[in-house]
Design a protein around this ligand. Structure first.
Ligand code: IPE
Ligand code: IPE
Ligand code: MG
Length: 254
């Protein structure tokens, strides 16, 4: 079996290397309890801590969490402001703990839109944890899959103008080198909580062959048990990448 195919056959009984999650349903969780939506976001942070711990223990390589989309600016100003504050305070209170647990933190998204104070905190947190060798925790903030592709195109065009990239060299592989997760394995498993079954502009380029798992459970209720259920579902699937089922079975025997 070629190494390339072997590495792609993750699934088929193996644990996912990279899990990407759309953490949806915080607002409804709070509303069901007659609480303001922000309380749902606070409860959501607690769920994040539990799931990060779980993934670190299970030796998952990468966990990507969608925290704030490029479309979420459309929400009421109060909610956006409170979300920014929560992001800032969570970053502040959790970075040392992540560092102690050998977790490498990475924030992806158009960070230029954030207040300079928050941008500085992000840079410091990424630097502090940059050499950690355990779980890579990717937080998508002001992230959009289309933005990611557009920024890759901008960089490639700049490279062509500078004479560093040949126009003929533009390929799927080249574009993959310029999206913001270029150095990470592509997601094997995508999970969305909260009942909606859509991608909402998350990692569009990277999700081309990812396995999807949807649950009605609202994000603040999401726990290790449901995470295990998603992983078990993933492990039970046959990933074919265009091959026939027989080819996959044969190649695993070889
Ligand atoms: C997801 O929960 C968190 C963010 C988008 C920040 P929502 O806030 O979208 O919760 P619902 O979908 O309104 O319940
Ligand atoms: C997607 O959730 C973004 C995040 C979880 C951060 P939304 O709740 O914003 O998605 P839509 O608008 O319902 O598609
Ligand atoms: Mg939502």
């Amino acid at each position: 079996m070629s190494d390339e195919l072997a590495s792609k056959l993750i699934g088929n009984g193996e644990n996912p290397r990279h899990i990407a999650i759309i953490m949806d349903g915080n607002g409804r969780w709070a509303q069901k309890r007659m609480m303001p939506r922000i309380m749902g976001h606070h409860a959501g942070v607690k769920a994040v801590r539990k799931i990060v711990e779980f993934c670190a223990k299970q030796n998952i390589e990468v966990l990507s969490l969608f925290a704030f989309s490029s479309e979420n600016w459309r929400r009421p100003k109060d909610e956006v402001n409170l979300l920014m504050e929560l992001f800032m305070s969570t970053l502040q209170s959790q970075v040392d703990k992540l560092h102690k647990n050998n977790i490498r933190l990475r924030i992806i998204g158009d960070k230029a839109a954030f207040p300079e104070k928050l941008q500085a905190k992000i840079r410091a947190a990424e630097q502090q944890t940059a050499n950690n060798t355990g779980l890579t925790l990717v937080i998508a903030a002001n992230y959009g899959g289309r933005w990611d592709i557009a920024q890759a195109v901008q960089k490639i065009v700049a490279g062509i103008r500078a004479g560093e990239i040949e126009e003929q060299a533009i390929s799927e592989q080249l574009i993959s080198q310029y999206v913001v997760t270029a150095d990470l394995a592509e997601p094997d498993l995508f999970i969305r909580t909260g009942g909606e079954e859509r991608v909402s502009n998350f990692l569009l380029w990277q999700l081309a062959y990812t396995e999807f798992f949807f649950t009605d459970m609202l994000w603040p209720d999401f726990d290790q048990k449901m995470m295990q259920k998603a992983i078990d579902s993933f492990k039970s699937r046959q990933r074919r990448f265009g091959h026939t089922s027989e080819q996959i079975v044969d190649k695993r025997i070889l």
